[in-house]
Design a protein around this ligand. Structure first.
Ligand SMILES: Nc1nc2c(ncn2[C@@H]2O[C@H](COP(=O)(O)OP(=O)(O)OP(=O)(O)O)[C@@H](O)[C@H]2O)c(=O)[nH]1
Ligand SMILES: [Mg+2]
Length: 433
């Protein structure tokens, strides 16, 4: 089973969203230094590294993932990436490719906002010099907020009337209004709890005015679309000073509450150069350098004679990347961006097996020590129960025949047990009928 959740790249035109997708997946999305190069969303698969249980059980030589790969106990789990059309100020009112872009977002579980930190493109994505990107994080968030708030407010009066008449729970009424954004009721309840704890809005939604609705939408978005900000184009001359200014704005104040500013916190900002990563990957593929995504340096033929020799021009470009990106920031930042995005959701890796003696995918001879182990790994949301996972894995039909589950040591699992990493996340299901 491939990953079922989606990381979406958002940002103004020419920020580098498609370059990012190309840098971390095998996609070949069109890249161009003019706005709206992308119209239809591009998709690709990136890999999230985690510790594979094959290492703990001494089975690394038999670990054969069906999707992704495993290298000496480091498992690379596939994650879906989507790159959508650029967003410009006024998009929520239909400017640019506005609403179409926003609709694509409904499928995303987490957002990576790619910001052009170099100051060489204005807010429309057009080439310029000395543009200050300090407000880019804010206006993009405002557009998304405006889009959702506009839709919710349009239905508000009717919903509140029905809410009063039926005496429904506040979470049910609000869920009805935001379910279209792929939100579960539980998430709406959490948003309400957060609002209540801040004491800024009445607990009776029948009393809410437009300001309260907007406040709710803000908290809802923080929960529904956790966001990593990638300050991109760090290889460019002005990036440094722009990055420093943006970091200052989002610096957490010690002792303050945990509410986000513009949907962002300092911990979720990553520095990146999608272009450097694309270039390094290309040269590694062609045999000029040895380099793996996430590395802090590369190897050339000078250190390893088996690599192809490079010409002066390529050499200069590589030296530039080494000086401006790798030495200065420790990596190109693209792998780190994927990791931060997945970590934001707190996903739990689950390894479904048919056989708890050899961790194989077939229920045959339990004592067999041959064949592949830990073939499947699925990332699930925190709080997922054993039964919910069974349903996700085997479709509803099998869910009816659910007859229990066990983990390592043949320990029985309850249907409502929450799956936790390194505790009960290697699971064998029993099916009746
Ligand atoms: N210097 C530098 N240029 C970059 C980087 N990432 C992207 N670019 C350049 O920025 C331009 C726009 O890149 P795209 O990836 O097409 O941008 P996009 O955000 O997908 O743009 P739209 O599809 O128009 O919304 C291209 O010329 C890229 O080569 C980077 O890290 N550094
Ligand atoms: Mg694009």
């Amino acid at each position: 089973m491939a990953s079922s959740f989606v990381i979406a790249f958002v940002g103004k035109p020419s920020a580098g969203k498609s370059s990012f997708l190309n840098a971390i997946t095998d996609a070949s999305a069109k890249v161009g230094n003019f706005p709206f190069t992308t119209i239809e969303p591009n998709q690709g698969i990136a890999y999230y590294p985690l510790d594979c249980p094959c290492k703990r059980f001494g089975l690394s030589d038999r670990c054969k993932p069906r999707h992704g790969r495993c290298q000496q106990g480091k498992r690379f789990v596939p994650v879906r990436m989507m790159d959508v059309a650029g967003l410009v100020p006024g998009a929520s009112e239909g400017r640019g490719l506005g609403n179409r872009f926003l609709d694509d977002l409904r499928h995303a579980d987490v957002l990576v906002h790619v910001v052009d930190a170099s100051g060489t493109t204005d807010e429309q994505g057009k080439e310029t010099k000395g543009y200050d990107p300090i407000d880019d994080v804010r206006w993009l968030r405002d557009e998304i907020e405006e889009w959702v708030a506009g839709n919710v407010l349009a239905k508000w009066a009717n919903s509140v009337r029905r809410h009063r008449a039926t005496k429904s729970a506040a979470a049910d009424t609000l869920h009805g209004l935001v379910a279209g954004y792929g939100a579960r009721r539980e998430l709406v309840q959490r948003a309400l709890d957060r609002l209540a704890s801040s004491g800024s809005s009445s607990v009776d939604i029948g009393e809410w005015d437009e300001k309260d609705v907007r406040r709710f939408v803000g908290v809802f978005l923080d929960l529904r679309f956790p966001t990593v900000v990638a300050l991109n184009k760090i290889d460019m001359p002005d990036a440094d000073k722009n990055i420093a200014a943006i970091m200052r704005r989002y610096k957490s104040v010690p002792g303050s509450n945990s509410f986000l500013v513009d949907g962002v916190s300092e911990q979720n900002i990553v520095l990146s150069s999608a272009l450097a990563e694309c270039f390094l990957r290309k040269l590694a593929k062609q045999g000029y350098i040895r380099y793996e995504t996430g590395d802090d340096d590369f190897v050339t033929h000078e250190e390893d004679g088996s690599l192809k020799s490079i010409d002066d021009k390529m050499g200069r470009r590589l030296e530039n990347i080494r000086d401006l990106v790798l030495f200065r920031y420790g990596s190109t930042g693209v792998q780190e961006t994927v990791c931060r995005a997945v970590d934001l959701l707190g996903f739990v890796p689950v390894f479904p097996v048919k056989n708890l003696a050899n961790f194989g995918a077939s229920s045959g001879d339990a004592s067999s020590s041959s064949g592949a182990a830990f073939q499947d790994c699925v990332l699930v949301r925190p709080g997922t129960t054993v039964r919910e996972f069974a349903k996700k894995l085997h479709s509803v039909a099998l869910d009816k025949g659910y007859a229990g589950a066990e983990t390592v040591g043949n320990i029985q699992l309850g249907e409502d047990d929450v799956i936790v990493a390194d505790k009960n996340n290697i699971i064998k299901f029993f099916v009746s009928g």
